[in-house]
Write a protein that binds this ligand. Structure first.
Ligand SMILES: Cc1cc2nc3c(=O)[nH]c(=O)nc-3n(C[C@H](O)[C@H](O)[C@H](O)COP(=O)(O)O)c2cc1C
Ligand code: SF4
Length: 483
C-alpha cells in the first residue's frame, strides 16, 4: 500500500493531502439530507476546512470519521451474486474465503483460453456498475486485442458519489473476491500490472486490502503473471472519473483527458488499460462459476444481473441491499427502506449528485439504465438518498453545485467558473446578495446550456443533467427560486 507519488504542481489539487481524518464530520449529500436530525453536527461539517465528502457511512448520517455502526445488509434478489460473504460478517482471510467456495472461479477461468473468458462476460451482458453502464465484455475485448509490452488493470475504488457505500463494504468484507476477479480479468485481457485506487476516506478498506494483497501474493495468486498494488487517494471526487484517475496514478494533476483515444488503447502511461469499478469486478467470479445465462436471467430489459443499492439514513431501514434490475423504485422506498423516518418523501436521488431526483409520482419507474434515463435520471453508482419534504429544492441545488464547484478540475470554463455562480444563485437571499429574478433565471439557463454543451467530462455534463431533471420534475419550485 503506498500513497500517491506525484509532481509537486499536482499537490494543490487534493483537498485531503496531509489532513488527518480523525474527528472529521462528513459533509456529503446523505448527511445534508439527514441534517435536520442533528443540526449541530451538520454545522460542524460545514465549518470544517477542508470539507470531507463522503465517508461512506450514509446509513448512519449525519456521520463522522470516529463512529461507525454495522449497516443492515440484505439480499432482495432471486440469487445473491455479491453479498453472500459480506452479509455474514465478512471474509477477510484467504483460507476462509476458499472454505466458502472462493477461488474455484479463478482456477476455472485460468484453464480457459482468454478469449472464452471475454465471451463469457460479454454473454452475461454485464454492464459497468461505476456509473456509465458500459458493457464490460466490449471493454475486455477492446483491451484483449491490444498488443503492448505491458497492459494495465485499474480498479476504481474511489466511490466518490456521496450516498454510495457499496464498494466500501465489498472492499472491507470480501477483499479476496476482488483479488480473484482481478486475476480473471488480467488473464482474459492480458493485463500484467494492476492498481487499486482507494479513496483516503476509506481507511479500513485500505487496511483490509493491504493484508489481502500480502496473502494473495504469498499464495501465488499475484506476483507471477500479474501483480496488483494499492494506491490511496488524497481527497478528490474527480479522481473517480477514469481519465483523471489515470492522471492521478501517473502523478500528474488529475484533470480529465480528451477522448478518443479510449483508455483501452492509450491509458495509463500511454499503454492499454482496463478501468473497472469494484462492484463490476466482484460479479465476475459468480459469472464464471454459474455461467453467463444464470447471470443474464436475473434483471430485466438491457440491465441484467443484480445491483447494490445504498440506502441513506432517512429511510427507516437504511443499509446495503442487493436487488435485481427491474425492481420498481417504490418497492425500494417502501419495502426495502420501510418508508421515511421523518416527514413526507420529496424525492429520491438515485446514483449520486449527477443523477437527478426522482419525484414520488415517478416511483413506478423500474430500476434500469435506459428506464432511468428516460425520466432524466440515472442508475449511477446506486446510492439512494431520500429527501424529506421539509428540505427546500433551492437548498438541495445549492448543495449539489457547492460540491460540483469544489470538485471541478478547472479545465472547462463553464464548469470551473459557472458552477460557483450557480451555487450562489440558489443560496438563501440576504441583503448583500439579493435575487435578480429573471436576470438570474436567464443566466442560469445560459450556464446550464454551456455546461451541457462544452464540458469535457461527465462532471460538468452531469451537473447540467441534474439541474434539467429538477426543472422537469419540480418545475414550480424551481421557478420560485428566481422570484
Ligand atoms: C465525475 C465522475 C466521477 C466518477 N467517479 C467514479 C467512482 O468514484 N467510482 C467508479 O467506479 N466510477 C466512477 N466514475 C465512472 C468512471 O469514469 C468509469 O466509467 C468507471 O470507473 C468504469 O468502470 P465500470 O465500467 O466498471 O463502471 C465517475 C465518472 C465521473 C464522470
Ligand atoms: S467538466 Fe469540469 S471536471 Fe470535467 S474536465 Fe471540465 S472542468 Fe474538469
Amino acid at each position: 500500500m503506498k500513497p500517491m507519488q506525484r509532481h509537486a504542481a499536482a499537490g494543490s489539487f487534493y483537498h485531503l493531502a496531509g489532513v488527518p481524518l480523525a474527528g472529521c464530520a462528513c459533509n456529503g449529500l446523505a448527511c445534508f439530507a439527514a441534517s435536520a436530525g442533528n443540526l449541530g453536527h451538520w454545522a460542524k461539517a460545514c465549518q470544517q476546512s477542508p470539507p470531507v465528502y463522503c465517508l461512506g457511512k450514509c446509513y448512519a448520517a449525519p456521520s463522522d470519521a470516529d463512529h461507525d455502526i454495522s449497516p443492515h445488509i440484505a439480499v432482495h434478489s432471486r440469487r445473491s451474486v455479491l453479498l453472500d460473504n459480506v452479509r455474514t460478517g465478512g471474509v477477510r482471510g484467504l483460507a476462509e474465503y476458499q472454505q466458502c467456495g472462493g477461488g474455484v472461479a479463478r482456477l476455472a477461468a485460468l484453464s480457459m483460453p482468454p478469449h472464452d473468458v471475454v465471451r463469457l462476460i460479454d454473454n452475461a451482458q454485464l454492464r459497468g456498475r461505476g456509473g456509465a453502464g458500459f458493457p464490460a465484455g466490449r471493454k475486455w475485448e477492446a483491451m484483449a486485442v491490444q498488443h503492448a509490452h505491458r497492459k494495465y488493470l485499474v480498479i476504481n475504488a474511489d466511490e466518490g458519489d456521496p450516498g454510495a457505500f457499496s464498494d466500501r463494504l465489498l472492499l472491507e468484507g470480501d477483499p479476496f473476491r476482488l483479488m480473484e476477479a482481478a486475476t480473471i480479468a488480467a488473464h482474459a485481457t492480458g493485463a500484467t500490472h494492476g492498481y487499486i485506487y482507494v479513496r483516503k476516506e476509506y481507511p479500513d478498506a485500505a487496511r483490509v486490502l493491504a493484508n489481502a494483497l500480502l496473502e494473495a501474493r504469498a499464495a501465488g495468486w499475484l506476483g507471477v503473471q500479474f501483480d496488483l498494488e494499492c494506491v490511496i487517494g488524497e481527497g478528490s471526487y474527480l479522481c473517480g472519473e477514469e481519465t483523471s484517475l489515470l492522471n492521478a496514478l501517473e502523478g500528474r494533476r488529475p484533470e480529465a483527458r480528451m477522448r478518443p483515444p479510449q483508455v483501452t488503447e492509450h491509458g495509463l502511461f500511454g499503454l492499454p488499460t482496463l478501468v473497472q469499478n469494484v462492484e463490476t469486478l466482484c460479479t465476475v467470479p459468480w459469472i464464471v462459476t454459474h455461467g453467463a445465462d444464470a447471470f443474464a436471467s436475473l434483471g430485466f430489459s438491457q440491465s441484467r444481473g443484480t445491483k447494490l443499492l445504498s440506502l441513506n439514513s432517512l429511510f427507516r431501514r437504511p443499509g446495503l441491499y442487493e436487488v435485481e434490475f427491474g425492481i420498481p423504485l417504490e418497492r425500494v422506498v417502501d419495502e426495502l427502506g420501510g418508508g421515511l423516518r421523518r416527514g413526507q418523501l420529496k424525492g429520491v436521488m438515485v446514483g449520486g449528485p449527477l443523477a437527478g431526483i426522482v419525484p414520488p409520482a415517478l416511483l413506478g419507474t423500474r430500476l434500469g439504465y435506459e428506464e432511468m434515463q428516460a425520466i432524466g435520471c440515472a442508475v449511477g453508482h446506486g446510492g439512494v438518498i431520500a429527501f424529506a419534504d421539509d428540505t427546500p429544492l433551492a437548498a438541495i441545488v445549492e448543495e449539489v453545485f457547492r460540491f460540483g464547484a469544489r470538485e471541478s478540475c478547472g479545465k472547462c470554463t463553464p464548469c470551473h467558473l459557472g458552477t460557483p455562480r450557480l451555487e450562489a444563485m440558489f443560496a438563501p437571499v440576504t441583503q448583500d446578495v439579493p435575487r435578480r429574478g429573471s436576470d438570474d433565471a436567464a443566466q442560469c439557463e445560459a450556464l446550464l446550456e454551456a455546461l451541457a454543451a462544452t464540458s469535457l467530462c461527465g462532471h460538468g455534463r452531469g451537473l447540467a443533467e441534474f439541474a434539467r431533471a429538477l426543472q422537469t420534475h419540480y418545475g414550480e419550485e424551481w421557478s420560485a427560486c428566481f422570484r
